[in-house]
Design a protein around this ligand. Structure first.
Ligand code: NAD
Length: 356
């Protein structure tokens, strides 16, 4: 590992001081001052010789420590996601800190690709927030450990959300039909917009918000009947389904007071600021679908791409549909034990991971 240029393996002694550390398999700090690459790769768990999966994000962070914490939390969540999606792989994540000022994306990603090679396939990655397929293009000459070119992960993440919502609507409203359902979507990026394609025709009303005004204008053009809501008010809408599809910790002590929805299911990772928020939502009678179950469609699709030489959309769709089975099981056990679906999912994920 010490051969890796521009990167440093963080020791357990250093990591133990961070509450988010969960005895991770490996954590690397990445640095390349020439290209302004700075960030972390965290592999939470490995299963034998199989690689661990997790997308790469490029984002501004208030501090270096926050980026490291995010990598630790997100990689753990990826292990949970993989376990509950019935996949044998461990979870991982790369968090790159968006440089201040001007930088060349191409140079940054090329230098990142070189570092990926040194992990010799232990980590397979793709596009998360802040990355597009064009960035994968910048890397593809320098590394083969990439997925998400052909399998269209955001489309399948959105489809997985749809399946999870169907199962939940069956429980809450006695029907999985989307006719007459109302939605509020926080963040209409790659996943949010793919989800719109699925429900736009049937839904009664759809509220959307995004911090990016150009993006909002673009989406409004594509889906004229959506109503744009201020970013501070999107979660306060009285709707059937509220969908956090932007960034993390939007379900928190402050926002929980405002929710008037019946269901919360969205693509963002780490939606809960802390685990007790899930209990509070449960006590309020709001169904919260654990993020690492409902947003597993993207992972399922890139794993399919990794394993197979050609894309078969029916096969991917059938695998993504399995989210309904795990959702039904979680709902059943939550009802039986009278605790939040999040607690049930957490217990089950830990049990599966510890067996690997
Ligand atoms: P994206 O970057 O394409 O979209 C995110 C959108 O949220 C952007 O348009 C951004 O402007 C907006 N946004 C940021 N902060 C906001 C705020 N406070 N209020 C409203 N809008 C805000 O990312 P994406 O690929 O669509 O992913 C969305 C979320 O889902 C991320 O948290 C990501 O980690 C998670 N996720 C994505 C996938 C996938 O397949 N892309 C899979 C699993 C999980």
């Amino acid at each position: 590992m010490n051969k890796i240029k521009s990167s440093k393996l963080l020791t357990k002694k250093t990591l133990k001081q961070i509450p988010e550390f969960d005895n991770h398999f490996l954590v690397l700090q990445l640095n390349n001052s020439a290209t302004k690459l700075h960030g972390y790769i965290a592999i939470h768990r490995k299963n034998g010789s199989l690689p661990s999966f997790g997308a790469t994000r490029l984002l501004k962070y208030p501090s270096d420590k926050e980026a490291l914490k995010d990598a630790l939390k997100l990689s753990k969540l990826m292990s949970y996601k993989s376990a509950l999606a019935g996949l044998p792989y461990g979870g991982a994540k790369a968090v790159l800190i968006k440089p201040k000022g001007k930088f060349s994306r191409e140079a940054l990603f090329k230098s990142y690709a070189t570092l990926l090679n040194n992990l010799k396939g232990q980590f397979i990655t793709g596009t998360d927030v802040g990355l597009t397929v064009a960035d994968l293009d910048s890397m593809k000459k320098d590394t083969k450990y990439l997925v998400g070119y052909f399998s269209n992960p955001e489309k399948y993440t959105a489809l997985g959300l749809f399946f999870a919502i169907e199962t939940t609507c069956q429980k809450i409203f006695g029907t999985k039909n989307m006719k007459g359902r109302t939605f509020a979507i926080q963040g209409v990026g790659k996943v949010g917009s793919e989800f719109l394609k699925i429900v736009y025709k049937e839904a009664k009303s759809i509220y959307i918000s995004d911090t990016n005004k150009e993006r909002l204008a673009y989406i409004k053009k594509l889906f004229p009947k959506v109503k744009i809501i201020d970013v501070d008010n999107i979660h306060k809408q009285k709707v059937d389904i509220y969908m956090p599809c932007a960034l993390y910790y939007t379900l928190n002590k402050k926002s929980i007071k405002d929710f008037k929805c019946k269901i919360i299911i969205g693509s963002a990772n780490n939606q809960l600021e802390s685990a007790d928020i899930a209990d509070k939502l449960y006590d309020k009678g709001i169904f919260y679908g654990p993020d690492y179950i409902v947003n597993a469609g993207g992972l399922i699709s890139v794993v399919d791409e990794y394993k197979n030489s050609s894309i078969n959309n029916t096969r991917i769709k059938n695998n993504v549909k399995k989210i309904q089975k795990i959702m039904s099981e979680i709902i059943k056990n939550s009802d039986k034990e009278n605790i939040s679906p999040e607690r049930i999912a957490d217990k089950l994920a830990k049990k599966i991971i510890n067996k690997k």
